[in-house]
Ligand binder design. Structure first.
Ligand code: C2E
Ligand code: MG
Ligand code: MG
Length: 549
């Protein structure tokens, strides 16, 4: 069925035509004979037409092209047949209906008609592509296999039509649950990062690509279960449903489509066995890991609101003068069951989840307020040292936060010292330097924690405005017996002095260690030999003693 036949010569001049077609020709039929096709067609069709004419004349074969009008969304098929040595017939058909039907058929073949979600066929296809992608990029990928609990029973009770409606709402809620953009749990802004499909019946699958770590699928599974926990109102019924989810991770649990799907299914049955309404990883070892971490993370989220954190303070002592020169604030987490959790156990998790930002702000505020309170209680003035996590330091508003806290608490900047690790200040050093300069300009001192354990480049010592290096306790521990540690400690002290920095040794537990440090001219020490970290009230008594060595 041709709607339009044109006769065009090799220069593109329209010699004759039959039929009519809106949208394809720019003008009405009147007076178009003898015009160049560029004057009667939009330039992109005219370009393809010219190319086809040239090819047809050159090869003598039939040429064809398709064209979709960008404005009218019409599809055209064009066929060119040589007519003599310098002209062609062009047969133009509007194939829009055919195209739409084909598109629709394609969509139907790839989607579930009830929920409009991708079907098994499309899901497997996407999964295959994603596996190839993950393999190339050495990425993790997860399959979540979700099956509604007791769906058959519900379906039998409320009838199939209501059952279908329920499945449609389930599909919507699953999509929302997966897409949820809660920042901490966010997977990716990329819409392509996941596919939710209905395999049939009450079985749904989700593919998560590019997952950052092994816990991400569990977070999504948790969100999906959550999304189903609200009651479903269908007709007069209020229905409660739960689901069981199995998780398989590429490449741990399988490297191809079939294995991953089978293993996610196996894990789903495991979840059913565990009492339904839960999720399980195929690799059982991942379950404990995730649950353990999950529960600590949940507790950590609440700890700040529930006032479970407190700061202890460890005195720093001047070695030759024996007086107290400051205190270091060290966080303690006392859980409601009165279990103390060490910072080394929860700080990394707080950093990973971003919780360190509010927690770190609380630490700074409490330490500054505490130091101001000591000053008002009549103690000698000394600086409080606060450990700053790299995640916290990298916040754009870090300097403003510090200065706001000083204003709020009324502590002078001279009595605040910030402790950063080497890796913190080596990251993005341009920006770092600006921040350090601003802090120094305010009067705040900067010390480097755990010196010698991080970067070997010492270039930063002369670039950044620092005041103190802290010798890590790993060098102090065997100081008396280990000549290498002795050499390192001596080197750090003389390096610091060459750069006009003070040195404080950490973890000093014995008189012998102290004697060695004194001999090296190390200014300060911190450690159980004099005092462990104390609560703020005990510091008041301690500070009154005056002389400690
Ligand atoms: P750090 O800043 O190097 O702190 C020194 C650690 O050595 C503290 O451990 C302290 O209790 C311990 N210590 C003090 N004297 C001795 C001693 O004589 N012998 C031994 N063996 N250890 C001693 P803590 O409080 O468990 O803190 C561990 C790490 O956790 C800290 O290392 C610091 O990196 C981090 N941390 C502690 N509090 C905070 C905080 O408020 N904010 C941030 N961002 N990190 C903190
Ligand atoms: Mg420290
Ligand atoms: Mg340290």
């Amino acid at each position: 069925m041709n709607n339009l036949v044109l006769q065009i010569d090799k220069k593109g001049i329209l010699l004759d035509f039959k039929g009519q077609m809106e949208n394809f020709l720019l003008t009405s039929a009147e007076g178009i004979l003898g015009k160049n096709i560029y004057d009667i067609m939009s330039s992109d069709i005219a370009q393809s037409v010219m190319r086809c004419i040239e090819n047809a004349l050159h090869t003598g074969d039939v040429q064809g092209c398709e064209y979709q009008s960008p404005t009218s969304e019409h599809h055209y098929e064009l066929k060119f047949i040589v007519n003599g040595k310098d002209r062609v017939f062009a047969f133009v058909s509007n194939i829009s209906d055919y195209r739409q039907a084909a598109e629709k058929a394609r969509y139907l073949a790839h989607h579930d008609t009830l929920t409009n979600l991708p079907n098994r066929y499309l899901f497997n296809d996407r999964l295959k592509q994603a596996i190839a992608h993950a393999e190339r990029g050495k990425k993790l990928l997860a399959i979540l296999f979700l099956d509604l609990d007791n769906f058959k029973q519900i379906n039998d009770t409320i009838g199939h039509r209501a059952g279908d409606q329920l499945l449609q709402i389930v599909a919507d809620r699953l999509m929302k649950g997966v897409r949820d953009t809660d920042t901490a749990y966010r997977l990716s802004s990329d819409e392509e990062a996941f596919v939710v499909a209905r395999l049939g019946g009450d079985e749904f699958t989700v593919m998560l690509t590019d997952i950052g770590n092994i816990q991400d699928p569990a977070k999504v599974a948790g969100r999906m279960l959550n999304a189903l926990s609200e009651p479903f109102n269908i007709g007069a019924h209020e229905i409660f449903i739960t689901a069981s989810v199995g998780i398989a991770v590429y490449p741990l649990d399988g490297k191809d489509v079939d294995t991953l799907l089978i293993n996610a299914d196996v894990a789903m049955y495991q979840a059913k066995k565990q009492g339904r309404n839960n999720y399980q990883y195929y690799s059982a070892s991942l379950n404990d890991f995730t649950i353990e971490r999950f529960s600590v993370e949940n507790k950590l989220r609440k700890a700040l609101d529930h006032n479970e954190f407190m700061l202890f303070y460890q005195p720093q002592i001047h070695i030759s003068e024996g007086r107290m020169i400051g205190v270091e604030a060290l966080i303690r987490w006392l859980q409601p069951d009165l279990v103390f959790i060490k910072p080394s156990e929860f700080i990394p998790l707080a950093e990973e989840t971003g919780l360190i930002v509010p927690i770190g702000e609380w630490i700074l505020r409490s330490a500054c307020a505490q130091n101001r309170a000591w000053q008002e209680a009549g103690l000698d003035f000394f600086p409080v040292t606060v450990n700053v996590s790299s995640v916290q330091f990298r916040q754009n508003n870090f300097v403003e936060t510090v200065s706001q806290i000083l204003r709020d608490t009324g502590l002078k900047p001279d009595y605040l010292q910030l402790e950063l690790t080497e890796s913190t200040i080596m990251y993005h050093s341009e920006n770092t330097n600006k921040k350090l300069q601003s802090l120094q300009a305010m009067g705040i001192q900067i010390s480097i924690d755990d010196f010698g354990t991080g970067y070997s480049s010492m270039n930063y010592l002369k670039r950044f405005p620092l005041s103190t290096l802290k010798i890590d306790q790993s060098f102090v521990k065997d100081l008396v017996t280990n000549p290498t540690d002795q050499a390192i400690v001596k080197a750090i002290v003389s390096l610091a002095h060459n750069f006009n920095l003070k040195v404080i040794a950490e973890g000093v537990e014995t008189k012998e260690q102290l004697a060695f440090l004194r001999e090296c001219n190390c200014e300060g020490m911190q450690g159980y030999l004099v005092c462990p970290p104390l609560n703020p009230n005990t510091i008041v008594q301690f500070a009154k003693k005056g002389k400690y060595l």
